[in-house]
Each structure stands twice: as structure tokens, then as C-alpha cells.
Design a protein. Structure first.
Ligand code: UD1
Ligand code: CA
Length: 454
């Protein structure tokens, strides 16, 4: 049966103590709602409808261009009311899955279990066993195990409250049954809300089969209402990512101290030291080693390369057997060929570094093309910006740049050139020659150091 997914995301989230809508708060580099949408997309549904209310324009804006439908729920009159707003948009004949923008860790596997278990039931609830069921709707089962009702905390009797099995809120219902039942929801309860959970008793009244399956891991269905819960969910997310890496054979020096905020793809025998953050899509080849406290985003690093501690790498392509850092800042558009080396306190941007070339210490290299087997001395600066435009520096194969040199772009240092230390190079240099610009050293014979006046 084709699937429609409704994601409830209209709530305000007052307890977040934030000006931003709750569901767009970030969890591991993307919004909570984006996590739920990504999980939804993986199920290949016919349609995804997001119910928005509080700060709806902000929420829509953050989710645009993903083929989602949005439904406005101007006033939040309950979860049943929220789903009701979607009826017009719902494609006829589909099964309907209800998810929540503030329950971001729900897994594809659990939803697949729910879809599987739903066969033969008109309505299927995902339940769980929380450590403390206070505040949750309780699942009331008949002797044969079928579900009779969900009783909300506010309406629960003392006996109901003893039931541990609780409602996650996530449910699956046949579209035709949803249309049959939802108009009959009433708000004659303590909260004066239209409860989605009342679908259960309406279904039972109509003689329809209602079932519930347990979510094996209660941590998947934790909702986020405040910053504490968001931090807990973030920590759980971190554990899940670390455990996936360990399963793939990565050596993590401490699985509790790695943040994967995106997609980290790894070869074999990769090692990652503590406190590293990976953002966007990062690919690490076989035997790559990452030192402590590195931040790496949207970057590919080929086999046998090493990134030493405190290094930041953003949108770079790193070859094999490359060494970077410690304390390097590799900015977008940096490409390091095999066997090249970038050392401490070096910043690069829009720069290609040829095979075997070295920029070992204290340099800024921007908008530069460096050939093979080049040595860039300590303290070399490419002066690529004249205040208005950026200009390129070209350093050909086999060049040796002496320390403390400024290369004023646009400039080309021809093959095999040697640049004397301390030079300011403003014109292209000829191949295989020594070029330097340096005032002559003099000695003043008659000079005397000033003495004391006393
Ligand atoms: C709901 C369930 C309860 C379950 C619990 C799990 C109902 C009546 N109760 O209770 O059985 O144990 O979740 O956490 O469904 N929302 C809207 N529009 C509305 C109302 C809510 O979009 O008009 C969204 C909220 O933003 C929130 C979610 O739906 O993300 C759940 O609503 P909430 O009011 O928090 O329900 P609970 O009382 O927690
Ligand atoms: Ca809630």
C-alpha cells in the first residue's frame, strides 16, 4: 500500500526558552525536523505532509525545496485536530503514518517493523516501555492482547496509571479508516483538545482491529521539549554514530568523544583520536589517522594520510600519504596531492599543492598553484588580495622559497627557481635562477651603544 506520512510540527515548544521554532533546533548539524524528514524519505513514501503552526514561515523556509507539502494549523487544538487538517491533501487510498517533528531519533528499522506488523489491523500503534510512564498516554489492552483504548495521563484512573506500556504517539492507519473515524473525535476532555489517541476507541466501537507493537529501544522515541532533552538526544545520536563506526572497524580512542554531524564514510583500519567533529560528507581512506581535536567538513582524505591534532579542514581534497597539521587551517578549495605535507600554523585556501611538496611552518597560501617537489619556507605569505581583487600565484615544479618571503600576486615563480629568504617578490622569476630582493647588510664600525647618563 502506498504511504502518506504526516509529521506534526505545529507546537510552540515554550520550554526550549528560544525565539526559534522548536523543530528547527539543531541536532548533530541539522534540524530535528530534517532528521524526521530524512527518515521519512528513506521509506520512499507517496507524500510527506508537515503540519506547521508556530512560526510556520520560519519552519517552511528551513525545509524548502524538498518536495514536502505543508498544512497550516493556526490554532493547536490537539494532535487529532492537527491530523484532521491534512485530510484534503491526503492522497486517497494510502496508508497514513503519523510522526513528530520533535521525536527525531525514530529509526527506519522501527518504522519498518510497524509497517510489517500493521498487516491485518486497521490501526497500529507504536508503544514503548518508558522508565517512568508519567505524562504519557497508557495503552489499554483486552485479554486477547488487542488494544481497547489509549488513556491520556489527565484522564487516567489510578489503575490506568499503573500501566507501564505507553503511547509513543507514532501510529499507522489505513487512509479510508482515518476518514471514517477522525470526524468523530471530540474535545470533551480535561485539555479540551482533539486527541489523536481517541481514534483507538472509535475504531474499537466500529469493530476494527487495533494493535500495538513495542518499540524495542525506548531511547528512539524520546521527545524533545527542552534543552536538557535535546542534549540527551544529541548524546544518544553521538553514541549511535560511534557504534556504527566501531562496527565498521574504526578505532575510536573514546567513542563518547566523537561527533558525526553528517555522513562519515571510512575505509579499513581508520583511527580517530578524541574530540573530533565531522560535518557534511567526509570520506576517510584506508589507514587514515585523525589526531585529537580536529574539525573536518565535506572533505575526502585518501589512504595512509595523517591529520595531526588541532587541525581544521573544510571542503578539501587530500591525497594519500599526506600529513597535515598540527594546528593547520585548510580552507575550501585546497587540494593536496599524494605525499605532500602541510605543517603547523599554515593556512591554505583555493590552493593546489603538488605531489611531494611541503609547506611546513607558519604560512598563508591562498589562490595558489604549487607544482611538484616544492619547498615553501617558514613564514611565506602569498599576497593574493589588493583590497579589491584576488590574484593568483603560480609556483612551478622544484621551486625553493626561502623563509619569510612575500609573493605579491599575480606572480609566477618559474620551475626550479630559488627565492632568497626575506624577499618581497613582485615580478615573475626566471627558471633555475636565484632571485631575491633584500637590502644589503651593513656594519657601522664607529657605532657605540648608548651608555647610562648617571
Ligand atoms: C501525545 C499523546 C500521548 C503520547 C505522547 C508521547 C495525544 C493526545 N497524546 O501526548 O498519548 O504518550 O504524545 O509523547 O496525542 N501538535 C501539533 N498540533 C497540535 C497538538 C500537538 O502539531 O494541535 C504536535 C506538538 O507540536 C508535539 C506533538 O504534536 O510535537 C505531540 O503533542 P503534545 O501536545 O505534546 O502531546 P502529548 O500531550 O505529549
Ligand atoms: Ca509531548
Amino acid at each position: 500500500m502506498p504511504l502518506s506520512i504526516i509529521i506534526l510540527a505545529a507546537g510552540q515548544g515554550k520550554r526550549m526558552q528560544s525565539a526559534r521554532a522548536k523543530v528547527i533546533h539543531q541536532l548533530a548539524g541539522k534540524s530535528m525536523l530534517q532528521h524526521v524528514v530524512d527518515t521519512s524519505q528513506a521509506l520512499d513514501p507517496d507524500q510527506i505532509i508537515v503540519v506547521v503552526g508556530h512560526q510556520s514561515s520560519q519552519v517552511r523556509e528551513s525545509m524548502k525545496g524538498q518536495g514536502l507539502s505543508f498544512v497550516e494549523q493556526a490554532e493547536q487544538k490537539g494532535t487529532g485536530h492537527a491530523v484532521q487538517q491534512c485530510l484534503k491533501q491526503l492522497n486517497e487510498g494510502n496508508d497514513v503514518l503519523v510522526l513528530y517533528g520533535d521525536v527525531p531519533l525514530i529509526s527506519i528499522a522501527t518504522i519498518r517493523n510497524l509497517l510489517e506488523a500493521a498487516k491485518g489491523s486497521a490501526l497500529n500503534i507504536l508503544s514503548f516501555l518508558p522508565e517512568n510512564s508519567q505524562g504519557y498516554g497508557r495503552i489499554i489492552r483486552a485479554a486477547d492482547g488487542s488494544v481497547r483504548a489509549i488513556v491520556e495521563e489527565k484522564e487516567a484512573t489510578a489503575d490506568d496509571k499503573k500501566i507501564q506500556e505507553s503511547n509513543t504517539g507514532i501510529l499507522l492507519i489505513e487512509g479510508s479508516k482515518l476518514r471514517q473515524l477522525i470526524g468523530r473525535l471530540e474535545n470533551n476532555n480535561v485539555k479540551k483538545e482533539y486527541y489523536l489517541t481517541d481514534l483507538v476507541k472509535l475504531a474499537v466501537q466500529d469493530g476494527l482491529k487495533v494493535s500495538a507493537i513495542l518499540c524495542a529501544d525506548a531511547r528512539e522515541v524520546n521527545g524533545v521539549n527542552d534543552q536538557h532533552q535535546l542534549a540527551e538526544v544529541e548524546s544518544r545520536y553521538r553514541q549511535i554514530q560511534a557504534s556504527l563506526l566501531l562496527k565498521q572497524g574504526v578505532k575510536l580512542y573514546d567513542p563518547a568523544r566523537i561527533d558525526v554531524r553528517g555522513d562519515l564514510q571510512v575505509g579499513s583500519d581508520v583511527e580517530i583520536d578524541i574530540n573530533c567533529i565531522f560535518e557534511g560528507t567526509v570520506k576517510l581512506g584506508d589507514r587514515v589517522r585523525i589526531g585529537a581535536n580536529c574539525v573536518i567538513r565535506d572533505t575526502t582524505i585518501a589512504a595512509d594520510s595523517v591529520v595531526l591534532p588541532m587541525t581544521s579542514i573544510d571542503q578539501a581534497v587530500i591525497g594519500s600519504q599526506v600529513s597535515i597539521g598540527p594546528f593547520a587551517r585548510i580552507r575550501p578549495g585546497t587540494e593536496c596531492a599524494d605525499g605532500s605535507k602541510i605543517g603547523n600554523f599554515v593556512e591554505t585556501k583555493k590552493t593546489t599543492i603538488g605531489a611531494g611538496s611541503k609547506v611546513n611552518h607558519l604560512s598563508y597560501i591562498g589562490d595558489t598553484q604549487i607544482g611538484r617537489e616544492v619547498n615553501i619556507g617558514a613564514g611565506t605569505i602569498t599576497c593574493n588580495y589588493d583590497g579589491v581583487n584576488k590574484h593568483r600565484t603560480i609556483i612551478e615544479d622544484g621551486v625553493f622559497i626561502g623563509s619569510d618571503t612575500q609573493l605579491v600576486a599575480p606572480v609566477t615563480i618559474a620551475e626550479g627557481s630559488t627565492i632568497g629568504a626575506g624577499s618581497t617578490i613582485t615580478r615573475d622569476t626566471p627558471a633555475q635562477k636565484l632571485s631575491l630582493s633584500r637590502s644589503r647588510q651593513i656594519t657601522i664600525d664607529a657605532w657605540k651603544r648608548p651608555g647610562s647618563n648617571k
